[in-house]
Design a protein around this ligand. Structure first.
Ligand code: IMP
Length: 190
């Protein structure tokens, strides 16, 4: 694949991602081996991570997906999420692990956690590949975390910039001038 012009550098190589997923899978296996958990991936960014993670987990599990869009609530000045496509499992009494590509402000996950918690799962935890702690506006923390990343716009391995670059097999940093063109726009691309 040719080097995309809008990329500044590679942040995480394929090998680093592979090794980290093996580590995360070992932790998740240890905690869930006999619990038949439901892994709920947040569309669309989590699909590549989810696909690799589940193949590293030699145990019974179910997978599901949820699609949400985030927006700023003008009245409360807080983020809100709208469910665009709900998951199809009844999660009441099940052990649920949310699988997400990146936590940024944490607003999306904060609201999603409330939505899923209301359905009374046996447990609800979060597995996140990337974390940008410097931008956090909530107290959301991942129970299973891949990497902390700096406050730069990253793409690849499922993450997009204006719907591009999800198919890069590594995580790269977008050049700042490319990002500035759409600064302020959440490119979640559900
Ligand atoms: P939050 O609600 O601010 O935590 O938003 C998290 C969502 O924003 C992620 O699931 C991504 O879709 C998107 N996002 C945040 N930072 C990046 C980034 O650096 N690259 C691509 N998407 C990002």
């Amino acid at each position: 694949m040719p080097w995309p012009e809008e990329l500044e550098r590679v942040l995480l190589t394929q090998k680093q991602l592979e090794d980290k997923i093996a580590e995360l899978a070992a932790q998740i296996y240890r905690d869930y081996a006999n619990k038949n958990p439901v892994l709920i991936g947040i569309l669309t960014g989590a699909i590549v991570f989810m696909a690799d993670l589940i193949r590293a987990l030699p145990m019974d599990l179910s997978i599901d997906f949820i699609s949400v869009s985030s927006y700023e609530d003008a009245t409360t000045h807080s983020g809100r999420v709208r469910v665009l496509k709900d998951c199809s499992h009844d999660i009441r009494g099940r052990h649920v692990l949310i699988v997400e590509d990146i936590v940024d402000t944490g607003l999306t996950l904060q609201h999603l956690r409330h939505i899923l918690q209301d359905r009374q799962p046996a447990s609800l935890r979060l597995c996140c590949l990337l974390d940008k702690p410097s931008r956090r506006r909530t107290n959301v923390t991942a129970d299973y975390l891949g990497f902390e990343v700096p406050d730069e716009f990253v793409v690849g391995y499922g993450l997009d910039y204006a719907e591009k670059y999800r198919n890069l097999p590594y995580v790269g940093v977008l050049k700042e001038d490319a990002y500035r063109k759409t600064c302020g726009v959440n490119s979640r691309g559900a």
